[in-house]
Design a protein around this ligand. Structure first.
Ligand code: AMP
Length: 408
């Protein structure tokens, strides 16, 4: 957005040390919609782009729009596509959208009976937002039943008051992004990510330790099928229900032998997927976001660079468990000087001229290249210049895509 000639001035709430180089960071409380609205009115903000799911599901777009401030992203009701797994599953069932077979439950005994009737492997999901902790892919009935106990026992708070239990899908995952204006959806790009903390896709699940774009398992034909069978029917169904979907629709997919199936929707750009999508976008992003908000995507076209992009997340030691903040990071300028490399900050802050770690996932080292292998080599060459003893990162981001490249 900072690169766009349409952008006069950019603010970010709350922001970090990286965004502070492009935007003025303001310490607004994202849960305080009245404060956000009054800030926008005072500064005469032309458009607000909402990043994360919590304010979307809490209706910040509705509150901004009713105060006369243009906002990019779905309304509270449309954001249910991310905010309630049960809502999305019912929408799929009612509209013939391919997804795992499922049932919804409000109590443990019925859920357990279903688990026993279906057998393992089976997947147990909290209905509501659970910051990536709400899905348990159970390898045994006992593990599934324990997940049900945990959720109905309040282990995930309100998010687990209702549970979806679904069929285990076998295949290779991919993320598919579309930009929507309530009526029209245009395909953006695709990505694959690495959710596990450690090399070899081992260790605990995280918010994402790396990603690359495009997803090698989605060609033009598959992309057409996803638009036709999944995104298109979702858009029509949302409109028919009186809750048209605007914003980024991010489909987490399993590409199975029967074709693409929807695992879940996110109502926003993803992290770290955005860090590999944006370096590939040739067109100006800002008019696209405006067109989504204004319902003008029908005659819109976005151009992309063919070259792949890859990002490696650097996290604080201990993440996703306990970690410390405040450790010093050096060498970022030298790292950013590697050809094709761009560094995006996550949990950082600037203090006394130094950059300090201020979160679990701290930096994204993104690179483009002629191949995934080249992008990967550039990202790791940049990381080699970063001095942060208290951080760690995976050394194998993109392994599957690189292996595929070496086969052709
Ligand atoms: P979600 O938070 O819904 O993206 O789920 C997290 C992860 O759980 C997904 O990225 C998949 O790896 C896995 N998962 C979710 N649902 C299923 C399913 N029905 N079959 C197999 N794996 C699943």
């Amino acid at each position: 957005m900072a690169d766009s000639p349409l952008t006069e001035r950019l603010y970010c709430a709350p922001g970090n040390a990286g965004i502070a180089q492009q935007a003025e960071c303001v310490p607004l409380d994202l849960a305080d919609h009245a404060a956000i609205v009054s800030f926008c009115r005072n500064r005469r903000i032309d458009m607000v782009v909402v990043g994360p799911e919590a304010p979307l599901c809490a209706g910040v777009v509705d509150d901004l729009e009713s105060a006369g401030v243009k906002a990019f992203g779905p309304s509270r009701t449309a954001a249910q596509l991310e905010g309630s797994k049960g809502f999305t599953k019912d929408l799929c069932r009612a509209n013939g959208i391919p997804t795992a077979a499922y049932e919804r439950f409000k109590d443990a005994p019925a859920a357990k009976t279903y688990i026993r009737s279906r057998g393992a492997p089976i997947v147990v999901k909290a209905d509501g937002l659970a910051a990536g902790k709400g899905v348990i892919v159970a390898q045994s009935e006992a593990e599934a039943e324990a997940a049900v106990e945990m959720m109905f026992g309040g282990g995930l708070g309100e998010a687990g008051a209702e549970v979806v239990i679904e069929e285990f899908l076998d295949g290779e995952e991919a993320s598919f992004f579309a930009l929507c204006d309530g009526e029209t959806a245009i395909a953006l790009a695709t990505a694959q990510d690495h959710k596990r903390a450690f090399d070899g896709d081992k260790g605990p699940n995280t918010g994402g330790m790396g990603a690359y774009s495009p997803a090698p398992n989605i060609d033009a034909a598959m992309s057409g099928r996803i638009m036709n069978d999944i995104i298109g029917p979702t858009m029509r169904a949302m409109k028919a229900m009186g809750t048209p979907y605007k914003g980024v629709l991010y489909a987490g997919l399993m590409i199975t032998r029967q074709g693409p199936k929807l695992i879940e929707y996110n109502a926003r750009f993803g992290d770290p997927e955005t860090q590999v999508l944006m370096p590939r976008l040739m067109s100006d992003l800002v008019p696209a976001l405006l067109a989504s908000r204004d319902g003008m995507l029908k005659s819109f076209d976005l151009r992309w660079y063919e070259m792949p992009a890859l990002t490696v997340v650097m996290a604080a030691d201990g993440y996703p468990g306990h970690y410390v903040r405040g450790t010093v990071i050096e060498g970022l300028d030298e790292a950013a000087a590697v050809e094709g490399v761009q560094i995006f900050h996550a949990g950082t802050k600037a203090e006394g001229g130094r950059i300090l770690a201020n979160g679990g996932r701290v930096l994204n080292i993104s690179a483009t290249g002629k191949t995934v292998r080249e992008a990967q080599a550039r990202a790791y060459a940049a990381i080699a210049r970063i001095r942060w003893p208290e951080g760690f990162y995976r050394r194998d981001i993109g392994w599957r895509a690189v292996e595929r490249e070496s086969r052709v």
